[in-house]
Design a protein around this ligand. Structure first.
Ligand SMILES: NC(=O)c1ccc[n+]([C@@H]2O[C@H](COP(=O)([O-])OP(=O)(O)OC[C@H]3O[C@@H](n4cnc5c(N)ncnc54)[C@H](OP(=O)(O)O)[C@@H]3O)[C@@H](O)[C@H]2O)c1
Length: 331
């Protein structure tokens, strides 16, 4: 058996294309003392990976040319040279876009999905779920009766944000691209309303869906959507600033027009990176798991099959072709 890897072949000049990736074959590595060899079962595809393909200032270093693309994974331990793990353990880690990887045992965690499918450990009870939990509860601090608006509402993070908002007694309003996604957000996820940002009547519909204004805006996309939300903010609104996906794959910046609304509403905007808040992960995962087991959290996954499908699935996700969490099934 050989290893298969997807490496960064070139940096995108404009939107990412499949030519920016290369599939390479290599030998399966052997673990050193303190390491394990993992066979990856699922790879998570996330918007932040697009930023790591650029060589510029960011909160994390870029992937170098020729390096394996980074990414969260769920895998099975094939060989262990560390007492904390045994052959057959299922572990979460950051093994990247490849079939096999060695990893320091200290970078892995055993996966306990309490009967939920393994893949959920990369979604609703994984990094995106924790991001929603921390951003909404830790930064947004919702109070019953408040209105919470979230963009990319049908996606991995946004879908959890709105459902937690409902659990906390808030009015949850989603923003998503197209009627199908908006229908899913309301009928399957239980949001109070969802507005299509691609519609010509977006601004009017959003105002109608938020008759009492907006107390929390969970920001996932930025650009024109952010600009439409800003004038609707209530006094002392909170904005957990989670992502800006509208400009990750697009060098043209929208240029926000309504920044003054932050002053007028005395709003608090707080950016955050969830990997810098490891202290809350256990608590967040435990609560998300409880909600999932109790049937209070719903989720959807879009799964592509085989490592070779990862570049196209990644590009599709950046264009909004995913519903819910985008994964690649490897094993
Ligand atoms: N701060 C952190 O630590 C952290 C952690 C995880 C994720 N994030 C951020 O959270 C956001 C959501 O991530 P996710 O994993 O849940 O992804 P996701 O929502 O599952 O997928 C990305 C979605 O972005 C939307 N989108 C793409 N281009 C857009 C545009 N021009 N305008 C508006 N929406 C657009 C698409 O949905 P539509 O079809 O609705 O357009 C697409 O489905 C991203 O910005 C990501 O970087 C941040």
């Amino acid at each position: 058996m050989r290893n298969l890897q997807v490496v960064l072949a070139s940096r995108p000049q404009g939107p990412v294309t499949e030519k920016n990736f290369r599939l390479v074959e290599s030998a399966i590595p052997s673990p050193n003392q303190g390491q394990v060899l993992v066979r990856n079962l699922y790879l998570s595809l996330d918007p932040y990976m697009r930023m790591r393909m650029n060589d510029g200032k960011s909160y994390a270093p870029p992937v170098q040319l020729g390096e394996v693309m980074i990414g969260g994974t769920i895998g099975e331990v094939i060989e262990s040279k560390d007492p904390r793990f045994s052959k057959g353990d299922v572990v979460g880690g950051r093994a990247g876009w490849q079939l096999f990887a060695t990893a320091d045992a200290s970078t892995l965690r055993k996966v306990d999905t309490r009967g939920a499918p393994l893949s959920t450990a990369l979604g609703v009870v994984g990094m995106p779920g924790v991001t929603a939990w921390y951003g909404l509860l830790g930064i947004g601090a919702p109070r019953p009766g408040e209105t919470v608006v979230v963009s990319a509402a049908s996606g991995a993070v946004g879908s959890v944000v709105g459902q937690i908002a409902r659990l906390k007694g808030c009015r949850a309003v989603g923003i998503a691209g197209g009627a199908v996604k908006c229908g899913y957000v309301v009928s399957e996820l239980g949001f109070d309303a969802c507005v299509d940002y691609k519609s010509e009547t977006f601004a009017t519909r959003l105002r109608e869906a938020t008759p009492d204004g907006i107390d929390i805006y969970f920001e996932n996309v930025g650009g024109r959507v952010l600009d439409t939300v800003l004038p609707l903010l209530n006094a002392f609104a909170r904005i957990p600033f989670c992502g800006y996906v509208s400009e990750y794959d697009n060098s043209a910046s929208h240029g926000v027009q309504h920044l003054r609304s932050l002053l007028v509403s005395r709003a608090r905007l707080q950016g955050f990176i969830i990997s810098e808040h490891l202290d809350i992960w256990d608590e967040a995962l435990a609560e998300l798991s409880d909600w999932l087991v109790a049937g209070k959290l719903r989720y959807h996954e879009t799964i592509s099959h085989g490592l070779e499908s990862a570049p196209a699935a990644f590009i599709g996700m950046l264009k909004g072709q995913n519903l819910g969490k985008q994964l690649v099934k490897l094993g």
